[in-house]
Design a binder for this molecule. Structure first.
Ligand code: GRG
Length: 347
């Protein structure tokens, strides 16, 4: 789980299916074309926005956008806009860009807090320049995003004020830790606030600016929270349980950073020898490679994976319940496929 102190991967870094605007496969030709062409407009506006200003600023704000990213959030905003009479209109494109710019800003800030070396396969901005530069680059992105938001009207500005508040609360909640509270509840709250909220915003704003009904906008917003949570838990399961060959990642990255994600938290609650040994070993970051291997082996023998997976399925049910409230058309079928695809990475 990407968070304030630690690693900076995110849901499905290896899940490159949501490509950057060139072509997508959503199961329907017309929808593919609509979303691909919308994503091209998103990329154009994003590129334009990131070139306005002094070169010593824009080279830093362009850096992470150019490095890649799945662009999942703007793509979801475009899909959400399909429910209205005006899908993928200029305001939808603006809203999608605002969401991606905000996402980018959080990545810059998150990497400073995590002291991350890498992001999107390149040196993080903080390691390439400095913490100050990375923070200021994130701030500049928020400044540019705010300018576009102002064009979208007060409802969007008010919505984003709440989104920012939730993002920052999630980051702080994670940094503060669960204290005497339930660590699993704490994890859920952090995932909702850090990962869910911006995906939910993409659904909300795509629906709003596409002209969907208030009920549809609400369903898209809730669907976003649920699918965002699915993404994060799946990613956290992969971090512990998949082979490098399969996932392209080194298992145990979160453990090395001292981050105990959902499967680990469940395993730590377990009664018996495996739970006892994990409780004795997991008192902080696991730095030594042999120790990581031992802990991973214990986790494989625990119930952590199956319990975390049961949670994934509960969130999938929540997501599907929201989709059931929407018109049963090609867009809803595509969102259902995306949901199942996300889960398929962990079975
Ligand atoms: C700047 C508004 C603002 C808030 C600061 C730092 C912070 C408070 C919040 C951090 C939020 C954060 C980084 C959450 C993790 C989000 C996440 C899962 C990132 C990875 O998403 P992907 O996989 O990444 O979609 P790509 O690179 O594909 O875009």
């Amino acid at each position: 789980m990407s968070n304030g102190r630690t690693v900076s991967h995110g849901p499905g870094d290896h899940e490159k299916t949501f490509s950057r605007g060139t072509s997508v496969n959503l199961g329907d030709e017309q929808l593919n074309e609509a979303i691909s062409s919308g994503m091209r407009e998103v990329e154009e506006l994003l590129a334009t926005e990131l070139t306005v200003g002094e070169e010593f600023v824009t080279d830093k704000v362009r850096y992470l956008a150019a490095a890649g990213g799945k662009r999942f959030r703007p793509m979801f905003a475009l899909l959400a806009s399909q429910y209205g009479a005006n899908p993928a209109n200029a305001d939808v494109i603006r809203a999608a860009v605002v969401v991606e710019m905000t996402h980018l800003a959080t990545l810059y800030h998150d990497d400073v807090m995590d002291e991350a070396d890498k992001r999107r396969g390149v040196d993080s901005a903080n390691s390439r320049w400095s913490n100050s530069m990375a923070i200021l680059a994130g701030d500049y992105l928020l400044a540019r995003a705010s300018r576009i938001m102002a064009q979208l009207g007060v409802d969007t500005v008010a919505h984003f004020a709440a989104t920012f508040g939730e993002l920052v609360t999630g980051q702080m909640r994670e940094t503060v830790g669960p204290g005497d509270g339930d660590p699993i509840e704490h994890y859920r709250a952090v995932v909702r606030e850090k990962t869910g909220v911006l995906i939910a915003s993409a659904g909300f704003l795509g629906g709003l600016h596409g002209g969907a009904t208030p009920e549809q906008i609400d369903a898209l917003h809730r669907f976003g929270y649920a699918i965002g949570t699915v993404f994060q838990i799946v990613d956290d399961i992969i971090d512990i349980y998949s082979d490098t060959d399969q996932s392209g990642k080194t298992p145990g990255t979160d453990l090395k950073e001292g981050v105990f994600t959902l499967p680990v938290l469940y395993a730590l609650e377990e009664e018996g020898a495996v739970g006892d040994e994990l409780r004795a070993r997991l008192t902080g970051p696991v730095s030594d490679d042999d120790e990581v291997a031992t802990v991973l082996d214990l986790l494989h023998r625990s119930t952590g994976r199956e319990k975390a997976l049961a949670d994934v399925h509960r969130y999938v049910e929540l997501a599907e319940a929201e989709l059931a409230k929407l018109p049963q058309n090609d867009t809803t079928a595509a969102l259902r496929t995306l949901t199942r695809f996300t889960v398929s990475r962990v079975g």
